[in-house]
Write a protein that binds this ligand. Structure first.
Ligand SMILES: C[S@@+](CC[C@H](N)C(=O)[O-])C[C@H]1O[C@@H](n2cnc3c(N)ncnc32)[C@H](O)[C@@H]1O
Length: 262
């Protein structure tokens, strides 16, 4: 039995067509993976054997200009995974203060020119479309060797619109809770901020005591719940990247649920 969760009803419709041959063994639910535990409890009668979090944005979303994810295609500044959500990228771009924008671009996009981009954005407001924004950013950033000049700005806005890092932080402990002993948790992330959250979570959950080194006797009582399966993240092979260039930044981390020690 497969339980698939996505915030995007359009992605679910496409997945439903692919999974139709499996009938009732594939169940797709429009939900936020922040609610993983509740959704799993509602639809499944026993602990799960495997969880795969395939994070971020999909081809389907990137390739539809009207979703506003792509700086290569002109569309509204939207970037929401869920149409039920109110906040869009246009709200951030046109309403935040220059300081708030600069901090968002630095924090969520690791953009070295965050301050200059934020200043240019506030000078050109209101900004309505993805092309308009990409053009303004490109003027500030100039050419970059490997990346389009607007890549980091668009990433920062998308992460913020969908509150992606918090969602991941909230989903990971729930994933461990609903896994059966020996079950696998696999996470594919596509940028370093996400990967760091996954790596640190798996490292923390594979240690017994989390007290600082100066504490002589454990006070936290933390017991490990995971065993890391692959110490280093698994990267796509050059052949995979050639076949599917968008896989190039993917990193897969895997851990197994341990027998409860209590
Ligand atoms: C990389 S794509 C997954 C693609 C999918 N595995 C496939 O093969 O088509 C990531 C998906 O996660 C969804 N998503 C992102 N954050 C989410 C969240 N907090 N809860 C549920 N779905 C989310 C996005 O809408 C997007 O469809």
């Amino acid at each position: 039995m497969l339980l698939g969760i996505d915030l995007d009803p359009e992605s679910l419709r496409v997945a439903q067509r692919t999974l139709d041959p499996f009938g009732e063994r594939a169940l797709l639910v429009e939900a936020d993976f922040r609610d993983l535990k509740r959704v799993a409890k509602e639809h499944l009668s026993r602990p799960v054997d495997g969880i795969l979090l395939d994070l971020g944005v999909s081809f389907l979303q990137l390739d539809r200009p009207e979703r506003g994810f792509s700086f290569l295609r002109d569309g509204p500044l939207d970037m929401r995974f869920s149409p039920r959500q109110k906040l869009t990228a246009a709200d951030l771009v046109n309403r935040l203060s220059q300081e708030e924008l600069a901090s968002l671009l630095k924090r969520c996009g690791q953009e070295p020119k965050a301050r200059s981009i934020a200043r240019a954005i506030t000078l050109h407001r209101p900004i309505e479309s993805t092309r308009e924004l990409a053009g303004i950013v490109a003027q500030v950033v100039g050419r970059r060797r490997r990346l389009h000049p607007a890549t980091k700005t668009f990433l920062a806005l998308r992460i913020t619109v969908n509150d992606e890092l918090t969602a991941l932080e909230e989903a990971l402990p729930q994933a461990v809770e609903i896994l059966a002993v020996g079950g696998r948790l696999a996470v594919i992330s596509f940028h370093s901020l996400e990967d760091r959250i996954v790596k640190e979570f798996m490292q923390r959950e594979s240690r017994d005591c989390l007290c600082p080194p100066e504490v002589p006797v454990c006070r936290c009582g933390h017991r490990r719940s995971l065993q890391v399966i692959a110490k280093k993240p698994i990267r796509p092979t050059p052949e995979e990247v050639e076949r599917n260039p968008r896989s190039r930044s993917g990193r897969l981390r895997i851990a197994a649920r341990l027998q409860s020690v209590d």
